[in-house]
Write a protein that binds this ligand. Structure first.
Ligand code: SD4
Length: 401
């Protein structure tokens, strides 16, 4: 009896605290850090607050957070499709891998925003190549492909790497040969639209591009380039990236997380990378810990944005480890974006973090806001939007180590 009474008291206390922070609808915006303690403040951002979207922590609603599917950007059809797959068993049991693979496949087929699947982001030679990953949070097994040529079904091939090999990542032509041996049909990934995009880029002196410190001057000329005999500095690199201006229209990878009621997690990613990339370039999306990471014991995270920068910081691993150490998804997502910002002020991208309970948050920088899709029993399928970190007011040059 005494135990029951103490239990009731605790429940009442938790409910009161939770309701003071969250809106009745179950979702609301709130500052992720108070303004004096904000890392943004520490690093010289303007005083605009950082916002993250957080799922309610009301105990009575926790059970309704799972199963869930969450993905980057407003890729509604992909999310709805994955959600439907998850419903194929009660509580999504045994369906999380199917959900992320089929959800991302849907985006590949729909050529989501032209940045997932065939016919987008032509490289310097006009080819489209694909990066994708599947990660199983129970086993930590990963299957991934990078620079996949001439096969449309990138995440399905990644699934074959996961399920039919002991490897983690296959690349380039050899990944395509592997796919063919697994029965995937080779076909061109070039479309009239991607060809036109590439022709216009060539006609415009190959601007923008990813070169620096080469000759002829890559800011005004096409290649072929050769090395220029000047010291390389971070300043030059920062300037080049600013000129490249990765923005919403230029990078929209799908990163998707599915969790069932038993807190089994899978993560999937798929992208055609960066427009006019140098052939051979691989982004963050197929790299575990960079584009996506899952661990049933802690949670999962997916990232989107400037992969050349992001993969240097393993932001999804950082976010998952932050949640493991007790941070909320909001704190975890923001801390991982802040880690990148500490060294790269011109970075643009976003991280979604979800803990094993299905509580989620997103943090972003370099755009005004970042949309993402969530499906759960609590809310059905809907788009959420998070305001991004305020732009830097003072840009400092990072000295060479
Ligand atoms: C890449 N991170 O290849 C990917 C692109 C992306 O949103 O996320 N776009 O760099």
């Amino acid at each position: 009896m005494l135990r029951l009474f103490i239990g009731l008291l605790c429940w009442a206390a938790i409910t009161t605290v939770a309701s003071s922070s969250y809106s009745g609808r179950g979702f609301t915006y709130r500052r992720s850090f108070n303004s004096t303690a904000s890392p943004a403040h520490k690093w010289g951002f303007s005083s605009n607050p950082t916002y993250v979207v957080l799922a309610t922590t009301k105990p009575s609603r926790r059970s309704q957070l799972l199963p869930m599917v969450i993905n980057t950007w407003n890729f509604t059809d992909a999310n709805a499709f994955a959600w439907r797959i998850l419903q194929q068993s009660e509580g999504g049991l045994g369906q999380t891998r199917n959900a992320v693979v089929e959800g991302c496949t849907k985006c590949e087929q729909l050529q989501c925003d032209g940045t997932v699947g065939y016919g987008g982001s032509p490289d310097e030679l006009g080819d489209t190549t694909l990066d994708a990953l599947v990660m199983d949070g129970a086993t930590m097994n990963v299957g991934a492909v990078a620079g996949l040529q001439g096969i449309k079904d990138a995440i399905q091939v990644a699934r074959h790497v996961l399920e039919r090999t002991s490897h983690t990542l296959l690349v380039g032509n050899s990944a395509s040969e592997f796919a063919k041996s697994m029965g995937f049909r080779p076909e061109t990934l070039v479309t009239p639209e991607s060809k036109l995009m590439w022709q216009n880029w060539k006609a415009g002196n190959c601007q923008p591009n990813f070169w620096h410190d080469v000759h002829p001057n890559p800011r005004i000329s096409c290649g072929p380039y050769e090395p220029q005999a000047t010291p390389i500095t971070h300043w030059k690199e920062d300037r080049a990236r600013t000129e490249f201006q990765m923005g919403h229209k230029n990078h929209d990878t799908i990163g998707m997380i599915a969790i069932d009621v038993q807190q089994q997690i899978h993560v999937g990613t798929s992208t055609n990378g960066a427009r006019f990339k140098i052939p051979g370039r691989v982004g963050d999306s197929p790299i575990p810990g960079a584009g996506g990471y899952a661990d049933n014991e802690a949670g999962a995270a997916v990232a989107t944005g400037d992969g050349d920068i992001m993969m240097r910081f393993l932001p999804t691993l950082l976010a998952v480890e932050a949640m493991r150490s007790g941070k909320t998804p909001g704190q975890a997502a923001e801390a991982s974006v802040q880690r990148i910002l500490k060294r790269h002020k011109d970075f643009s991208g976003a991280v979604i973090a979800v803990n094993r309970l299905g509580e989620y948050a997103a943090a972003c920088y370099g755009m005004s806001e970042f949309p993402f899709m969530v499906s759960s029993p609590l809310q059905g399928t809907q788009m959420e939007t998070v305001k991004c970190l305020a732009p830097l007011v003072d840009v400092t040059v990072v000295p060479l180590a």
